[in-house]
Design a protein. Structure first.
Length: 237
């Protein structure tokens, strides 16, 4: 499947035998190229009887930039009421490559002045602290949302969407994936801040998607908790 267009195919519902012409939804790759999952001709669609996060995602590679990410699994709703999972062609695993994250040596000179945190007393204070930290990292025109324009998005800037979770519950897998989808649809970087940390599966998913994760204490000083966050602190946006 090329990143420059969509392919269509005829899908027959196995329940009622009706035929439908289907074209996968196109999403923007972070490089800007339109991209859709590669449909598998001749593959049998499967009725969806229950859902899992694993089955709701497929691997797609952009021909324009070579980036490989997970995208929503193509689905089709038949008029008989059946929802079908449309098969896609598998993407070969990319060749192994050495890790690109190189931590800054402890003796390295700081690339920027020390961050000055603000004390967190309210949820709005947490958002303010995260906004100041993102500006300190080098993001420009970071603005707070008076009313969230998208689920979970508290901060926006050029090439940036960020979520700030001030609750006492660790951030969930679904919250991390929702942030990633919002960042993907905006062709922007996604950054997550949490006061209570992250669940184990949320941490693992963020590592797979290269989403920087930070935790904040009540002093308002964010701390990186994964490699993507370490790299963002070391190199900036």
């Amino acid at each position: 499947m090329s990143g420059l267009g969509r392919e269509t195919l005829v899908v027959r519902c196995p329940m009622c035998r009706r035929e439908h012409r289907y074209a996968a939804t196109t999403y923007p790759c972070p490089c800007g190229a339109p991209l859709a999952p590669p449909l598998q001709r001749g593959g049998a669609p499967e009725p969806i009887t229950h859902r899992t996060w694993t089955e709701d995602w497929v691997v797609v590679r952009c021909d324009a930039c070579g980036r490989q990410d997970q995208w929503p699994q193509p689905e089709l709703g038949c008029s008989c009421g059946t929802v079908l999972r449309i098969p896609v062609r598998p993407v070969p695993a990319p060749p192994a490559r050495p890790p690109v994250h190189i931590p800054v040596p402890p003796t390295a000179a700081p690339p920027r002045p020390a961050f000055r945190p603000v004390t967190i007393r309210t949820a709005r204070d947490a958002v303010t602290a995260a906004a100041l930290y993102l500006k300190w990292l080098g993001f420009r025109e970071v603005l707070q949302s008076e009313a969230r324009p998208a689920p979970g998005i508290d901060l926006r800037g050029p090439g940036l969407v960020a979520q700030v979770d001030p609750t006492t519950r660790p951030a969930s897998l679904r919250a991390v994936e929702c942030l990633w989808l919002n960042a993907l649809s905006s062709s922007a970087a996604g950054v997550y801040f949490s006061l209570a940390g992250y669940t184990k599966d949320a941490r693992a998913r963020a590592d797979e998607l290269s989403i920087p994760l930070f935790v904040m204490d009540l002093t308002g000083a964010p701390q990186p908790v994964n490699d993507a966050a370490d790299e963002l602190v070391a190199t900036g946006p």
